[in-house]
Ligand binder design. Structure first.
Ligand code: SF4
Ligand code: MG
Length: 314
């Protein structure tokens, strides 16, 4: 499926160098066109770093990002600009990602004008269309970011990203800072945009309920490594990796409207000096002597499903 996809984002972490702290080590991630991939894990697991590398915000110290099968670093000129624009990032805090001294019409209209996606004369109508698309009243466009609510500001951030006509959005905790009642509205907007525009998403979130709701596939990271990647329905029904199982353990509740997940037992080791072998071994209830010595490789455990645990090597 991945090889046949028209668009693949591949990410390969490279060799470990002792003097460099690797937030993300030897990670390989492939995303097919139209997919919504949820990337989850506890804080410090490297999911934000991985998202930033995918979005081109951080350059990897080793490894490559392939866009439609081509190394982004090897592209130049118009091809490179095109790849950069097609991948947009939506951040957690819309206040700090929007320039407070710019009016909404410039925040949304500047990049498409600079990149020649719209002419100077059409930019005003273009901005109106973008604002309507994200559910904002175009008559607000001469206002500044501080004059909006948190949810509206996030919509402005989304309009700014859409204005450069992306194919792929990397959302890093994009709804985490919003009130719970607003989170669902912004999530629905993301899903509507997927339908209407055929967008692909890498959705980074610590909120498993959110990821279950919207992801086609879930990738679980632990201390800089991918430990399991599986279709969302299969993962939530039957997680394979012991860390995935711990992560998906629910808090027993009588009123079970919403699933509530339990924090994983044990302390998160420092990402600066992760445990030897399988990074999860100090917290794993199934740890065996070899787990301290040897890092398990990601192995296919079912079609479209990989997990990195020695228990899978029968
Ligand atoms: Fe646990 Fe060993 Fe599997 Fe790691 S490799 S998750 S320590 S059983
Ligand atoms: Mg983060």
């Amino acid at each position: 499926r991945l090889d046949a996809a028209e668009k693949i984002v591949n990410l390969f972490g490279g060799n470990r160098r002792e003097e460099v702290v690797h937030a993300v080590d030897n990670v390989s991630l492939q995303i097919a066109e139209g997919e919504v991939v949820g990337l989850v894990g506890e804080s410090g697991c490297g999911k934000s770093t991985l998202g930033r590398v995918v979005a081109g915000v951080h350059a990897p110290s080793a490894g490559r990002v392939l866009w439609r099968g081509r190394d982004v670093d090897s592209l130049s000129g118009a091809e490179r600009r095109e790849a950069v624009l097609k991948i947009q990032m939506i951040f957690q805090d819309p206040m700090s990602s929007l320039n407070p001294r710019m009016r909404v019409r410039d925040i949304v209209g500047e990049a498409p004008r600079v990149h020649g996606l719209v002419s100077g004369g059409e930019v005003s109508d273009y901005v109106d269309r973008m604002l309507l698309r994200v559910g904002l009243d175009p008559s607000y466009k001469s206002r500044y970011p501080h004059q909006f609510s948190g949810g509206q500001r996030q919509r402005i951030g989304i309009a700014r990203a859409l204005a450069v006509q992306p194919d792929f959005l990397v959302c890093d905790e994009s709804i985490a800072a919003l009130d719970v009642s607003i989170q669902a509205q912004v999530l629905n907007l993301f899903m509507d945009l997927r339908e209407d525009l055929g967008l692909t998403y890498l959705f980074i979130s610590h909120d498993l309920g959110v990821v279950e709701h919207l992801a086609d596939r879930v990738v679980i990271m632990y201390l800089g490594r991918v430990v399991e990647s599986a279709p969302a329905a299969e993962l939530f029904a039957d997680p394979n990796h012991p860390y995935a199982r711990a992560l998906l353990e629910e808090v027993p509740r009588i009123d079970t409207r919403k699933r509530v997940f339990q924090p994983v037992k044990g302390e998160i080791p420092s990402p600066l000096s992760p445990p030897t072998g399988c990074h999860f071994h100090p917290r794993c209830p199934h740890a065996m002597p070899r787990c301290k010595e040897e890092a398990p490789a990601l192995r296919e455990i079912a079609p479209g499903r990989v997990s990195a645990c020695h228990l899978n090597e029968a």
